[in-house]
Design a protein around this ligand. Structure first.
Ligand code: ATP
Ligand code: MG
Length: 211
């Protein structure tokens, strides 16, 4: 079955993540999208990340009412620094077809990821574009190390030399980030309608992200 893998820190999960996952699931005919919170995110080692139990619980609450969205505890159980290559290898053994979902911001740094070249052997990529992002398939903004290994099939599809595809997918842009939410909370401002209602309640009950 075709599944989506959506990794991140999710500190906290917000409706930008949720809506993007929903749209991609629908347009690619994906049966389940797994949200995979990183235990130790390799790219955020400079800053403090919230307790993994809290990040996980917020995700669990967020996906509960949608049968197509799932929380995966894989990286949490594995422990250590969370490398996507290990995650894709594990999912590939369990499921056939993988869609590895990420925002363009993340993809533009892909060549800094651990064993990044191998990622393209295990999954098709779905890169979420925002309206302001130009058509990246014929622009120079793909990392050079990736650009030389792909060939354009059409305006939204690239073919990697591994045979896997890279889809460029426009999703409804909700200009929301976890950083914005943490900052609002630290100033005692409302985050209503930026996160699912029950996530908001969880944050407020636990007093998370307060100054
Ligand atoms: P932070 O501000 O802490 O970096 P974030 O909101 O960017 O948090 P992450 O956990 O870093 O969330 O992101 C996980 C994935 O979700 C990344 O691939 C990122 O590109 C994507 N993403 C983040 N915000 C949005 C959004 N508003 N719409 C669509 N995708 C998003
Ligand atoms: Mg981010």
């Amino acid at each position: 079955m075709a599944i989506g893998i959506f990794g991140g820190t999710f500190d906290p999960v917000h409706i930008g993540h949720m809506r993007a996952a929903e749209e991609i699931r629908e347009s690619f005919g994906i049966e389940k999208v797994f949200f995979v919170p990183a235990y130790i995110p390799p790219h955020k080692r400079g800053r403090r990340v919230s307790d993994v139990d809290h990040r996980m619980e917020m995700l669990r609450i967020a996906v509960r009412n949608n049968p197509f969205l799932r929380l995966s505890e894989l990286e949490i159980r594995r422990g250590g620094i969370s490398y996507s290559i290990d995650t894709l290898e594990t999912f590939e053994k369990r499921y056939g077809e993988l869609y590895f979902i990420m925002g363009l911001d993340a993809f533009l740094e892909i060549d800094t990821w651990h064993r990044y070249e191998e990622l393209f052997s295990h999954a098709d990529f779905v890169i979420m574009l925002r309206p302001i992002d130009r058509d990246i398939s014929d622009s120079a903004i793909l990392p050079e190390t990736v650009r030389r290994l792909v060939r354009k099939i059409d305006d939204t599809t690239l073919l990697h030399t591994t045979g896997k595809k890279i889809y460029l997918k426009r999703v409804t842009q909700l200009d929301i980030s976890s950083t914005q939410i943490r900052e609002a909370l630290s100033r005692n401002e409302s985050i209503r309608y930026l996160v699912p209602e029950r996530v908001e309640r969880f944050i407020s009950e636990r007093g998370l992200y307060r100054a």
